[in-house]
Each structure stands twice: as structure tokens, then as C-alpha cells.
Design a protein around this ligand. Structure first.
Ligand code: PGA
Length: 254
């Protein structure tokens, strides 16, 4: 079953009005494969979502970096899934490790958020990944399986979910997982989905990699059979993001 290559650009908490304009014009001028080959989703901070959405080329889409766990109301500082839907923001990133570690978001909390966002019609980039300590202790698979299970227990429809495997030790560190390390976890995750959700979901769900992806390392990673794209942080703010989008071609010719 074909899984369309997916490249997400997670701007995190970066950008000024001027910088946003510049990044969007670079993206708009980028010569990239067609929408049949690659799905591109740009995730600026909330405050820039409307301007990015209205100025971005129509073959790229936008994502929020978070949303609230249930219907909006008296939750100061939160943004509800309903608001994203209202603004026609089609995607949301949930469970990023920076939120898990800095803000204490548990796997259960993330699972509830994923379920709620899906119930409102959003597409979700759900992030999972182990810390260096967990990897060195040999518990990588147990950790990512538990994080995935907390999502799988709460949802039935996986068609709007992209699973982002982002080893915490590789995020923002310049220390990218080797293609073999990434492939191993992606393969195991697919096996986990097959055994615990369904063979169909395992075959069709995109599992993307995140953590120090760059213009230099993307092609080799993209060539791995169970790797269906990237969630890019730092490099998504730079012109090399175009090269990362282009790495989708590696799959086409595979
Ligand atoms: P990075 O971030 O590419 O800067 O390592 C990836 C992410 O956190 O999504």
C-alpha cells in the first residue's frame, strides 16, 4: 500500500513577522515534487498561523503545534481544536517531546488530546520517542510502544494520523539517528501496529522521523523502507528545507 511521503516543518517558538515573510517566500519559490509525491505541512506558532495560511502556496498546508484536550471554554491561554477547525487549519502536532518534558504532558494526556482533535476532524501528527537514558537502558521499543498504545487505546480511525518517531536525544542536537537506527524503530513500530491495531493500519500509517534532519542527511534516511517522511525542526526555518522536501524523490525511484 502506497504511503505518500510526508514532510512537516515544525517552527517551534521561532519567528518574527519579517522572518515569517522571508521563510514563506522561500517556500513559495521552492521547486519541489508534486502533491502526488509529497505532502508538505508547515507548523508556525499559533499567532502566525493565519498569515502563513493565507500567504503560503496552495499545495502546502499548515499545522498548529498543539491544541486543547477538550472543548474550549474557561481555559486561559489554550487554543481549542474547534478554533483550528474554524480557521480551516487542517493539522495539529500533538505530543511533541518538548511538551512532554517541559510541560509534563503524559502519554495518557497526549492520547486524550489526539482522540479529541480527531473527533473534531483535525489531522494529527502524533509524536513519540525515547530519551538517551532510555535508549542506553535498552528500553527504546518499550517506551515508544507505550506511547503509541496510549494513543491506540483511544482512537479507532488512523487515516488522519501520522506517527512521528523523534528520539529525544536527536532533537535539536545535531546528533541524527543513523538510517539503520531509525529504520529499526520504524520497522518495530509497524510490527507493533500490525499486532496491536491491524495489518491494514500498519501498512497504511505513515511513520515519519524527526531529530536533526538536514539537507545533508535526508536522502539516506528517506531511502529506508519504513520511513515515510520527516518532521523537521531547525532546518525547516532554512532554505535547505526545500532539499528535505525533495528527498521524497528517493522513494519515487525506489
Ligand atoms: P530538529 O527538531 O529538527 O531541530 O532536531 C525536530 C523536532 O523537534 O520536530
Amino acid at each position: 500500500m502506497a504511503r505518500k511521503f510526508f514532510v512537516g516543518g515544525n517552527w517551534k517558538c521561532n519567528g518574527t513577522t519579517e522572518e515569517v515573510k522571508k521563510i514563506v517566500s522561500t517556500l513559495n519559490a521552492g521547486d519541489v515534487p508534486s502533491q502526488d509525491v509529497v505532502e508538505v505541512v508547515i507548523s508556525p506558532p499559533f499567532v502566525f498561523l493565519p498569515v502563513v495560511k493565507s500567504s503560503l502556496r496552495s499545495d502546502f498546508h499548515v499545522a498548529a503545534q498543539n491544541c486543547w484536550i477538550k472543548k474550549g471554554g474557561a481555559y486561559t491561554g489554550e487554543i481549542s481544536a474547534e478554533m483550528l477547525v474554524n480557521l480551516e487549519i487542517p493539522w495539529v502536532i500533538l505530543g511533541h517531546s518538548e511538551r512532554r518534558s517541559l510541560l509534563g504532558e503524559s502519554s495518557e494526556f497526549v492520547g486524550d488530546k489526539v482522540a479529541y482533535a480527531l473527533s473534531q476532524g483535525l489531522n494529527v501528527i502524533a509524536c513519540i520517542g525515547e530519551t538517551l537514558e532510555q535508549r542506553e537502558a535498552g528500553s527504546t521499543m518499550a517506551v515508544v510502544a507505550a506511547q503509541t498504545k496510549a494513543i491506540a487505546e483511544r482512537i479507532t480511525d488512523w487515516t488522519k494520523v501520522v506517527l512521528a518517531y523523534e528520539p529525544v536525544w536527536a532533537i535539536g542536537t545535531g546528533k541524527v539517528a543513523t538510517p539503520a537506527q531509525a529504520q529499526e524503530v520504524h520497522f518495530e513500530l509497524r510490527k507493533w501496529l500490525q499486532a496491536n491495531v491491524s495489518p491494514q493500519v500498519s501498512a497504511s500509517t505513515r511513520i515519519i522521523y524527526g531529530g536533526s534532519v538536514s539537507g545533508g542527511n535526508c536522502k539516506e534516511l528517506a531511502a529506508q523502507p519504513d520511513l515515510d517522511g520527516f518532521l523537521v525542526g531547525g532546518a525547516s526555518l532554512k532554505p535547505e528545507f526545500i532539499d528535505i522536501i525533495k528527498s521524497a524523490e528517493v522513494k519515487k525511484s525506489a
